[in-house]
Design a protein around this ligand. Structure first.
Ligand SMILES: [Zn+2]
Length: 114
């Protein structure tokens, strides 16, 4: 199933891992983002690809709420999200993941609004 709708994108982004103990940074002001922070996540999927990737995060102060320059040939989404820590007890690892996803803007492969 390919992802081209907001609910499908929401599902793909939920639980997206930002890496083990990695610090996430706001793409705009480079503020460090930690557990519990409200962020805006930018995700995209090239039309020829099946997978959605989260490419950028913005802090709540930068308040990035619109896809300003839609990329042709890509489905793109902006989502409100919260950072959460997911622990895997078996491996004693902690990952920062995205939760509470809510799509706030999206764009289709022709730069159109879906
Ligand atoms: Zn910021």
């Amino acid at each position: 199933m390919s992802v081209d709708s907001a609910p499908a994108a929401e599902q793909s982004i939920t639980g997206w891992s930002l890496g083990i103990r990695g610090t996430a940074l706001c793409q705009y002001c480079t503020k460090e983002l930690g557990e519990g922070d409200e962020v805006t996540a930018y995700a995209y999927r090239p039309v020829e690809d099946q997978l959605v990737s989260v490419a950028r995060l913005y802090c709540s102060e930068c308040n990035h709420r619109e896809i300003e320059h839609p990329a042709l040939g890509c489905y793109e989404w902006l989502a409100k999200a919260r950072l959460a820590t997911t622990s895997d007890v078996a491996y004693q690892s902690h990952e920062t993941t995205l939760t509470g996803i809510e799509i706030i803007d999206q764009s289709g492969p022709q730069g159109d609004t879906l």
